[in-house]
Design a protein around this ligand. Structure first.
Ligand SMILES: Nc1ncnc2c1ncn2[C@@H]1O[C@H](COP(=O)(O)OP(=O)(O)OP(=O)(O)O)[C@@H](O)[C@H]1O
Length: 374
């Protein structure tokens, strides 16, 4: 296993599209790094440049400290697992797994041993004589991984390997990926647009946007301290709620005013210059919803009314419309509240509610969408 370094990686296509626009990233030896971001942001192009399947327009690539920028794909010591698995249909599982070693001219006994070792770690032994068409999607996926393990690469590259599987199999394979990483201690770069995969699998995640990395860090750190609105909005489902905000000091202390809807208290020690606050963000799970006409409401909180309730089994999503907002414009200002409600709770359309949030759960952004210290 080896460290991987991407230095100023860039890819501009002949049509002028710059798919990757200066990516710097170091993946530590044995680290599971997830590249995540919306469709078209350059994740796959980055992965393909690491594999050597895509030409670099600029930048350098180092594996284990060795510059492999100009090294042919087969000599880089990387193995890529594709979304489509790309298995040879006329070969058995064992032949598929041993094929790269056979091409490399290794002795049969060595190939058989390597295939058996990989098959054991992926529970593929009973399937070694089958052809790919006689396998389920999850089994094919394991064979594709097995084929890469056999080559003992320095770095594993995964391009959305679970996206062709149904939801329950995906959950199962996600756990298997995590176990595999623990067992092999492999350096892995894993591309996905699925944020659950990103959050659960990555030691660190790199959030891509328009060919650049917006933020790199452990999943919890990126979720809790996003550097900007893009990252804050990309991670989390439903999305973080963003609202225009004016920060000021009123009679009750530091607060942000949401025009027409109310105020939310800021932490007493908030160090951000009030004039730089432009918008606020609250995750759906952080809203505290109460009846609007409660007696102990004080001045804090936003006035809203219930638009729609979605019961999801373990949690309920309550979509609310802020007071003082034009109904025609409601879409932009709909607030999603993730909460738990009793099965028999009734919240008819139009029910007035008050939404509060703990000061520490309030995020602030400047006019350029950069996160401010709340
Ligand atoms: N061969 C090509 N010629 C021109 N443009 C390309 C080519 N391949 C990719 N692109 C463009 O480069 C950008 C990045 O593509 P890429 O496949 O890396 O994105 P991605 O983040 O992996 O997206 P997805 O999640 O949809 O696979 C896109 O705008 C895409 O249209």
């Amino acid at each position: 296993m080896a460290e991987l370094q991407l230095q100023g990686l860039r890819r501009t296509y002949a049509n002028g599209v710059t798919a990757v626009d200066g990516v710097d990233l170091t993946v530590a030896e044995g680290e599971f790094m997830v590249l995540v971001g919306p469709s078209g942001c350059g994740k796959s192009t980055t992965l393909r440049m690491i594999a050597g399947l895509e030409e670099m327009s600029a930048g350098r690539l180092l594996i284990g400290g060795v510059d492999v920028t100009d090294t042919p794909p087969a000599e880089r010591g990387v193995a890529m697992v594709f979304q489509s698995y790309a298995l040879y249909p006329h070969m058995t599982v064992a032949e598929n797994m041993g094929f790269a070693l056979k091409i490399a001219g290794r002795p049969k006994r060595e190939i058989d041993e390597a295939v058996l070792r990989a098959a054991a770690s992926l529970q593929l032994e009973p399937l070694l004589d089958r052809k790919p068409r006689a396998l389920s999607g999850g089994q094919r996926q394991r064979v594709a991984i097995g084929r890469s393990i056999v080559r003992e690469p320095k770095v594993f590259l995964f391009d959305e390997p679970l996206s062709n599987l149904d939801a329950s199999l995906r959950t199962q394979m996600r756990l298997e990926m995590a176990r595999l990483h623990e067992r092999l201690g492999a350096t892995i770069v894993y591309v996905t647009h699925d944020q659950v995969e990103a959050m659960t699998l990555g030691d660190r995640i790199a959030v891509f946007n328009a060919g650049r990395i917006e933020q790199v860090g452990p999943p919890t750190a990126v979720y809790r301290q996003p550097v900007n609105r893009f990252v804050a909005g990309f991670l989390g489902s439903p999305q973080m709620n963003f609202l225009p905000a004016v920060a000021e000091r009123d009679t009750a202390g530091l607060a942000v005013q949401v025009p027409g809807a109310g105020r939310l208290a800021l932490p007493a020690d908030c160090a951000t210059p009030l004039s730089s606050v432009h918008s606020l963000g609250v995750r759906p799970e952080h809203w505290q919803m109460s009846a609007a006409n409660g007696t102990s409401e004080g001045t804090d909180g936003l006035q809203a009314s219930v638009e729609r309730v979605e019961w999801l089994g373990d949690v309920t999503l309550v979509h609310c419309r802020l007071s003082g907002r034009d109904a025609a414009n409601a879409g932009a200002d709909t607030i999603s509240v993730k909460t738990t409600l009793a099965d028999d709770a009734s919240l008819p359309h139009g029910t007035p509610v008050r939404l509060r949030v703990l000061p520490r759960d309030l995020m602030l952004f400047d006019a350029n969408g950069r996160a401010l210290a709340a």
